[in-house]
Every structure is written in C-alpha cells, then in structure tokens.
Ligand binder design. Sequence first.
Ligand code: GRF
Length: 202
Amino acid sequence: GRVVVLVSGAGTNLAALLDVHDDATWGGRVVGVVSDRSGAGGLSLARAAGVPTAVVAPADFADRPAWDAALAEAIAVFRPDVVVSAGFMRILGAPVLQRFADRVVNTHPALLPAFPGAHGVRDALAYGARVTGCTVHVVDAGVDTGPIVAQAAVAVLDGDDEETLHERIKVVERALLVEWVGRIARGGLRVDGRRVVVPAGG
Ligand code: GRF
C-alpha cells in the first residue's frame, strides 16, 4: 500500500517507517511526506531517503479553508492508500478527511481518551497518572477522538519529567506505528462504529 506521512517536527516516527519500507514483507511504501513547516526535520529525512516531499504552510494561504484544500490536494498527488499523521501538529479539516475517509491515522503520545491534545505527555504527568502510553487511531473531525486502532502502555517513573517520559513513550510509539501502519497497508481497515477492524492481509 501507498503510505503518505504528515509531519511537523523531528520526524522520528517517519524515520521508523522509512527504516522498514524497503522490506516488501512490511507491505507499505512511503511515497510522499507532507509538512506544514518548511523547516520540519522530517522533510530532510524524507529527502535523504529519496522520498518526494511537499510543504503546505498556512502562511502561504489566505485563510483556513484555502489551506485545507491545498493540503488535501498535496496529499492526493501521492495517491495514498493510508495517510499517517505522525507528529503533525494541526487539525485536519473536512477536505482531507472527506477525501481520505477512514484512511487517515494519527499517533498520539497518551492512552486516549485520556490526555488528548497537543500536550498529552505533560498532561499525563501533571495529572499524576502512573501508566500512560500511546495510541494509533483513525482521525475524525475531533481532536484525538477517532476510533482506536491500537494502544501500548508505558509506566510513569518517579523522577520522570516531560522529556524523559516522552522519550520512553516514543520508543514504544515507533514500534506500534510501524506494526499497525504495515498491517493497514497490507489489509486495509474498516471502521464499524467505535471499532476498527484491520483484516489480516498480504
Ligand atoms: C510524537 O510523540 C507524536 O505522537 C507527538 O509528537 C511526537 C512527534 O515526534 N504528537 P516525531 O516528529 O515523529 O519525532
């Protein structure tokens, strides 16, 4: 399956996908990387791997609907079977979600529905949670509210700060994302209410 990855930041999740995508048994191929920031580290990783990139920066568009439409268009160019939001720090609008309905997944560094939003690690720590983790979910119109594909738990350790905890979450997050994007790239996915079914494929 053709995988398009959306990134805003360092792109360590993207790097994990690029590490496996030459392996035919994984089932997917990263065919394009799209960012909202021209300086995103993920873009350099993509270029180094020979994967085409596109930048759709909000500042280049008159308003939010124009940006939403341009983002949908930039993704569509790569004809994706799966779109992965991997540290993409913007809400995806209707143009993207309608065009790629049930084909967009996001990785979030907390066990949803706990601690949604941009500060999932900080919020879990501030709450005093002893277990947090990461979630791969199908993206819907809400913020981190879509049907859950997979989750993995990570213990909060005494003395953790946001950085140490996020680092341990990201180790687990990368493995979870690689496993499930591969499964989806091989077998597709079906959303049945709140349940996600990923058929064993390929
Ligand atoms: C990940 O933990 C993602 O879930 C979160 O931000 C981090 C992005 O990391 N929202 P990277 O850009 O993939 O390194």
